[in-house]
Design a binder for this molecule. Structure first.
Ligand SMILES: NC(=O)c1ccc[n+]([C@@H]2O[C@H](COP(=O)([O-])OP(=O)(O)OC[C@H]3O[C@@H](n4cnc5c(N)ncnc54)[C@H](O)[C@@H]3O)[C@@H](O)[C@H]2O)c1
Length: 249
């Protein structure tokens, strides 16, 4: 029987590339995003690949939206096999003392609370149904400290704690929870961030041993592997995919 995946932030970048890669394995998709145009567009591309796909407009920082996308998924597909807990924002960049408290709240709301609400409601369904596989999106900034992204880095370190601790509680119930920590990857988010902070781009690319950014397709390959039974004994890991960036810091 076909598997079902929820992909948050599935309208663009890493989320969309992952939904399209999973479609090659016959996996049906629920695309969750705040942006209807890109979300509907991703669904069309998925249908063209022959899988069933629906779009649910939701803001992951709102707990009632998160509950709704989980309930609608169960209504439509009957369960959830894979959860790519991926929606996130970088924030505007700049030093912490120049960051407004409103922006701090917004980044934490989307990147950390949004991810925690997602795991809260999705894992409940998975545990009831005998298990499932979750991949949370952390970042290079979730495994090392980085200049100009203090709040972002704090949220992505939080994702690491969420990942490891969920395994301690629910591996016995058939749940696998892993995280990915991509380095700078060619997506809308990173393009906009580097346009606003050009010096960060020079520093980042110069500091990557492979001397290039990653691609969403490379990250999608890793996420797909982590979801499948080929990765069935990998649990609570935080896997870096960054061209050697954080290992050489
Ligand atoms: N691109 C990178 O260099 C990089 C590196 C490490 C980690 N990440 C992480 O990867 C994830 C995906 O980012 P991306 O690079 O593909 O960026 P992206 O901007 O291309 O995609 C992010 C998607 O999330 C959606 N989104 C934003 N806020 C939302 C909200 N409140 N509710 C629902 N959807 C929302 C956006 O509309 C967008 O479609 C993020 O968590 C990001 O922090 C990205």
């Amino acid at each position: 029987m076909s598997k079902t995946a929820i992909i948050t932030g599935g309208g663009s970048g890493i989320g969309k590339a992952t939904a399209l890669r999973l479609a090659e394995e016959g996996v049906n998709a629920v695309i969750v995003d705040v942006d209807s145009e890109s979300g509907e567009g991703a669904v069309q591309e998925l249908k063209d690949k022959g899988v069933d796909a629906i779009f649910i407009k939701a803001d992951v920082s709102k707990k009632e939206d998160v509950k709704r996308y989980v309930d609608q998924t169960v209504d439509h597909f009957g369960g959830i096999d894979y959860f790519f807990n991926n929606a996130g924002i970088s924030g505007s960049g700049g030093h912490y003392l120049d960051t407004s408290v409103d922006e701090i709240e917004q980044i934490i709301g989307i990147n950390l609370l949004g991810a925690m609400y997602g795991v809260r409601y999705v894992a409940e369904v998975m545990v009831k149904n005998g298990g499932g596989s979750i991949v949370n999106t952390s970042s290079s900034a979730g495994v090392i400290g980085q200049d100009s992204v203090v709040t972002y880095s704090a949220t992505k370190h939080g994702i690491v704690g969420l990942t490891k601790s969920m395994v301690a509680e629910y591996a016995k119930d058939g749940l696998r929870v892993n995280a990915i920590a991509p380095g700078p990857t060619e997506t809308k988010m990173v393009k906009e961030f580097y346009e606003a902070n050009p010096k960060m781009k020079e520093n980042a690319t110069g500091g990557i041993p492979q001397k290039r950014l990653g691609t969403p397709e490379e990250v999608a390959e890793l996420v797909t592997f982590l979801f499948t039974s080929k990765a069935q004994y990998i649990n609570g890991e935080v896997i870096r995919i960054d061209g050697g960036f954080t290992n050489t810091k």
